[in-house]
Design a protein around this ligand. Structure first.
Ligand SMILES: Nc1ncnc2c1ncn2[C@@H]1O[C@H](COP(=O)(O)OP(=O)(O)OP(=O)(O)O)[C@@H](O)[C@H]1O
Ligand SMILES: [Mg+2]
Length: 212
């Protein structure tokens, strides 16, 4: 079976790329052979695992060099069922274009405010560019740090509708579990009861991505 290769990218910093990558990876790891490729030279996904990966929680996390992105993804895709690539927060990096040239899906985490969304607008153009060499590339925005109490504002709905990239129905709520898991060097899956709601956010995204 061909691997499903997913990049998590946004030119904007701090939108939850590494949080989404690591927790999705933990969920995919429970379904089949998974590997995380850390394309961020600042290597936050890699640092995460070095904190102390509890037995079986996270799949292997490998740092990849900017000049060997395509071959690294291709190689990982031959030996794993799921490949996740955590990208650095630069739009124009050659590495990001290479990643998007090689994966099946790109997930773009965005914070739920119109200003944050517009700061990610360059990603829509980058996806269009990448489709010239990789016409099957699927791209979705993923809302992160959703406030569970409030519905999305009308201005956010408008901004989303104007964006060229569709948004997944499921997103991640803002939850202490996501921060705590990171501090403890693992995913929300290993937090037990404390992580239940966070796990269900992640599971919804996985099911949605697998059904698309
Ligand atoms: N859903 C969430 N709930 C609570 N905290 C979150 C959530 N998502 C991310 N965070 C926190 O927000 C911060 C930024 O997240 P993260 O490091 O995943 O972003 P990033 O896009 O990878 O950043 P960079 O662009 O620097 O690589 C972290 O402290 C993380 O723990
Ligand atoms: Mg990061």
């Amino acid at each position: 079976m061909a691997a499903l290769r997913i990049a998590v990218a946004n030119q904007k910093g701090g939108t939850g790329k590494t949080t989404l990558t690591v927790n999705l990876a933990a969920g995919f790891h429970r379904r089949g052979e998974t590997v995380v490729l850390d394309a961020d030279p600042q290597a936050s996904a890699g640092d995460w695992a070095r904190l102390g990966n509890a037995e079986g929680d996270l799949p292997p996390i490998r740092k990849i060099d900017a000049d060997a992105v395509r071959t690294s993804i291709a190689r990982a895709g031959r030996s794993s069922r799921f490949v996740l690539v955590d990208c650095p927060p630069h739009l124009l990096s050659d590495a990001l274009q290479q990643v998007m040239g090689e994966v099946d899906v790109v997930l773009i985490p965005v914070l739920p405010s119109p200003l944050d969304l517009w700061a990610s607008v360059g990603m829509a153009a980058a996806v269009q560019d990448a489709r010239q060499g990789n016409p099957g590339l699927r791209a979705y925005m993923v809302l992160n740090q959703l406030e569970t109490r409030n519905a999305l504002s009308r201005s956010m709905h408008q901004a989303l509708a104007e964006f060229d990239v569709p948004v997944l129905a499921s997103g991640l709520a803002r939850r202490a579990a996501f921060r705590n898991a990171a501090l403890e060097g693992g995913s929300v899956y290993r937090l037990g009861k404390r992580g239940e709601s966070a796990v269900s956010d992640v599971e919804s995204i996985i099911k949605e991505v697998l059904s698309l």
